[in-house]
Ligand binder design. Structure first.
Ligand code: FES
Length: 420
């Protein structure tokens, strides 16, 4: 404290010098600033005309944030009857030793050609830890019936040795010390445990300084993923990880050490029984039904908005069930006029399927990443017609709304449309 007081009592110049910043004198700095434009112009004129093929900053940025990663399926593990983990390593011809670094909780968007010419993208949380990426691999864990036709395709086709493509790490579902509390409550359902496995591994490796309490909801014992691994991570965490399995049917397991077994649903009372909710940040990842349940369940706790972090859950599984969806639209079909570069293509689109899916079905290979209205990667312009967008998925900026931009991944046609 004395040091800080001494520092504050000094002049701004000496304060800056303590941090290694040299101030040559106020007037001199001012003149330097005035001359800056002249100086830069001089540098530009002196620069070579030749294209700079190698730029260290560009190289670093491409390494940290690649738009595409070329990977190979190294191994496949059967985690449970209906879940497999795929270990992915860089493809030899990609000439990199490690996949891009990420933060525990982020996802990669994989690209798969599920039928001839039908190329789709799906986001999957990375279930391994960032430290594993530094050791050369990612893992993703996929349930067979998770997301329509992509998960079954992967289950059937992905074998060791096969090449595939993914995006770089994406998403904002990670711990941020400046925003989140030190105590993290993870509420997971089904394969929603994957980002929290990454959190837990990172804690045990000493790279993530948080206290983590995982509530993991499943129907039966046999549905639990990473049962033994989570138990071991809790045991090796020096008390920083606690796992509470919440099962809808009686469990054959008994509470032991830092691993608990509870019967019932993931209610606020159950959460409060194990952890101080008020002084925690809650991270939630699971199926949509769990999100709906928890939204009602957590509301009476009156937590601030930033104390609850929801992982993306994709577009609605059944938009007909959405409370605001115009029910008279059920079963209607429309024509989607797509302007792509210089061509105009008409494709059919169902009112109950997202516009992104309609474009994928038409083999137009649209770009996408999160498929949840968050990343903005699929941003398109609505030239005419109307779409339905669920309020909770509408994350467009005000200016985008005004200018007629929309995200096809979370928009449904309710008229014939023209889009660009
Ligand atoms: S894919 Fe992210 S907003 Fe559509």
């Amino acid at each position: 404290m004395d040091n800080i007081n001494q520092t504050l009592s000094h002049s701004p110049i000496s304060v800056l010098s303590k941090f290694g910043i040299t101030v040559k004198g106020h007037l001199k700095d001012l003149l330097a600033f005035i001359n800056l434009t002249k100086l830069r112009r001089k540098h530009f004129q002196a620069a070579a005309d030749a294209f700079i093929a190698k730029d260290r900053m560009n190289e670093l940025s491409a390494k940290l944030h690649p738009s595409i990663q070329y990977l190979v399926i190294d191994q496949v593990y059967q985690e449970a009857e209906n879940a497999k983990t795929y270990k992915l390593i860089p493809a030899p011809d990609a000439k990199i030793e490690k996949p891009a670094y990420f933060r525990a909780g982020q996802y990669i968007c994989i690209t798969a050609e599920v039928a001839k010419g039908v190329v789709v993208n799906r986001p999957y949380s990375i279930s391994s830890a960032p430290v594993d990426a530094q050791n050369g691999y990612y893992e993703i864990t996929i349930k067979r019936n998770e997301d329509g036709f992509v998960a079954p395709y992967i289950w059937e086709h992905w074998q060791p040795g096969m090449h595939m493509q993914s995006s770089g790490p994406e998403g904002h579902f990670y711990y941020e010390a400046l925003r989140d509390r030190h105590c993290i409550i993870a509420l997971a359902g089904g394969s929603g445990i994957t980002p929290f496995r990454s959190f837990a591994r990172e804690i045990v490796h000493g790279n993530l300084d948080i206290e983590l309490t995982i509530f993991y909801g499943n129907q039966h014992d046999k549905d639990i993923l990473f049962l033994n691994e989570l138990n071991e991570l809790a045991q090796n965490s020096k008390g920083r990880i606690k796992v509470i399995h919440v099962l809808q049917t009686p469990s054959q397991y008994k509470t032991q050490g830092q691993t608990y077994f509870e019967e019932g649903l993931l209610t606020k009372d159950l959460i409060k029984k194990h952890v101080d909710v008020k002084n925690s940040t809650i991270f939630i990842c699971g199926p949509q039904a769990m999100y709906n349940f928890l939204a009602t369940e957590l509301a009476p706790l009156e937590l601030s908005k930033k104390q609850i972090r929801w992982e993306l859950f994709g577009a609605a599984k059944d938009i007909m069930q959405h409370k605001d969806f115009p029910k008279e639209q059920a079963g209607k079909s429309y024509t989607l006029n797509c302007k792509i570069a210089n061509s105009n293509i008409d494709i059919p689109a169902s009112s109950t399927e997202s516009i992104l899916v309609a474009i994928e079905r038409a083999k137009l290979q649209p770009v996408s990443k999160c498929r949840s209205g968050e990343c903005g990667f699929c941003r398109s312009k609505l030239l005419s017609g109307q779409v339905f967008i669920p309020e909770e998925n509408d994350k467009r900026r005000a200016m985008d709304k005004k200018a007629g931009y929309f995200y096809p991944c979370v928009s449904y046609p309710i008229e014939n449309l023209s889009i660009e």
